[in-house]
Design a protein around this ligand. Structure first.
Ligand SMILES: Cc1cc2nc3c(=O)[nH]c(=O)nc-3n(C[C@H](O)[C@H](O)[C@H](O)COP(=O)(O)OP(=O)(O)OC[C@H]3O[C@@H](n4cnc5c(N)ncnc54)[C@H](O)[C@@H]3O)c2cc1C
Ligand code: SF4
Length: 319
């Protein structure tokens, strides 16, 4: 591992200033993704800014009855929170479908949104990869693409965004709160937080380099039957081939976001309007522009069948 210097900061402003000061600086929270990437030298920061002492570890009620989740709230704490379990069940279910108990105890809300793709070529420094080494090529497109994206991809990258939590946050219309080194705060819908690759696949999201996530805001509860189903190659310790976060109301209307299929959680508002017509109607609109490879075309019917299963389940719960 390349040598690096280390600093522990105590405020979000200090953290943003520290990454603004050095272009080779990197924030660390739970460390469950960054340290793995550093061991492989995929990330090689010269300076680490440890944010674990920041006062961002609590979950508070907002004025409109929603919740503000600090960036350092762990995945375990968020999934287990009494209000989250009661009012945002899709979020609890998505989080516990991810990683393992030990990882969720360390992983934070901010770090989870920022985790990098799980494309196997990205994790193999011996391979070219446009995301890791811009301009070097994308071996996945003509290679092993079973795990990778079918929609929102480009000729430069077909990686997927791996966070389960982000898929549920997208269905819930959550927003990410940030602070930059000039003291500007902004609020970004989770739905548009992750970038599509286009011709700059090395950029995963819309954060500026000196901008840190301070929290995530859940709007007031929307009710409905809230479900998350993740289809994967193993029952544990595996990322989604396809996942579906669905919130379905008694009249059959609702919201749907898909994971494991795109560089961001995939939610198509027009297709949601077709929920009462069944899964096929939703996915034929949501995936109208899909460009699957021969190896991952199975994800399209799999997404339809997974959503139909959740629609049926919601219907049977309401009878
Ligand atoms: C074996 C394994 C299996 C896993 N399986 C799953 C799974 O099934 N589903 C799933 O969703 N996830 C899974 N994960 C990923 C895991 O959820 C993430 O590693 C974790 O959420 C990252 O959070 P962290 O706090 O540890 O981030 P860190 O590793 O500390 O940081 C990750 C990145 O986020 C940046 N960062 C951290 N906090 C902030 C902030 N507040 N503002 C701006 N940038 C920040 C860091 O600079 C770094 O670039 C798995 C991980 C492992 C190792
Ligand atoms: S899909 Fe993206 S991350 Fe994977 S090899 Fe291609 S450029 Fe790299």
């Amino acid at each position: 591992m390349k040598p690096f210097t280390y600093e522990r900061v105590s405020s979000a402003a200090q953290a943003a200033a520290a990454v603004a000061e050095r272009t080779d600086a990197k924030l660390i929270a739970g460390g469950t993704n960054l340290l793995d990437l550093m061991k492989l030298q995929i990330e090689a920061p010269g300076h680490i800014v440890d944010i674990r002492d920041l006062p961002l570890g609590s979950i508070e009620e907002t004025e409109d009855g929603g919740l503000r989740v600090g960036a350092l709230v762990t995945n375990t704490e968020l999934a287990a929170h009494v209000r989250v379990r009661r009012d945002y069940g899709v979020l609890t279910r998505a989080i516990v479908a991810g990683a393992t108990g030990q990882l969720r105890n360390k992983a934070t809300t901010g770090g989870n949104l920022m985790q990098r793709t799980r494309c196997p070529y990205f994790y193999d420094p011996a391979q070219p990869c446009n995301k890791r080494n811009p301009g070097s090529g994308c071996p996945a497109i003509a290679g092993g693409s079973r795990q990778l994206g079918v929609v929102g991809t480009s000729d430069h990258c077909i990686a997927t965004q791996p966070s389960d939590m982000a898929v549920a946050l997208t269905a819930l219309d959550a927003t990410v709160e940030t602070l930059d080194s000039a003291g500007h705060a902004r609020s970004i819908p989770v739905r548009s937080f992750h970038k599509l690759p286009g011709d700059t696949p090395e950029i995963d999201n819309v954060l500026a380099r000196d901008e840190i996530i301070t929290g995530v805001v859940l709007p007031k509860p929307v009710g409905g039957t809230q479900m998350y189903h993740k289809v994967r190659d193993r029952a544990s310790y595996a990322f989604a081939l396809v996942s579906v976060a669905a919130i379905i109301h008694p009249d059959g209307s609702g919201r749907v976001a898909f994971g494991g299929v795109a560089p961001r959680p995939w939610r198509d508002l027009k297709s949601e309007g077709q929920l009462t017509e069944g899964a096929e109607a939703v996915t034929s609109t949501a995936f109208a522009d899909a460009k699957p490879t021969a190896q991952n075309a199975f994800k399209l019917p799999l997404a339809t069948r997974t959503l139909q299963m959740l629609i049926d389940k919601a219907g049977s719960k309401m009878q």
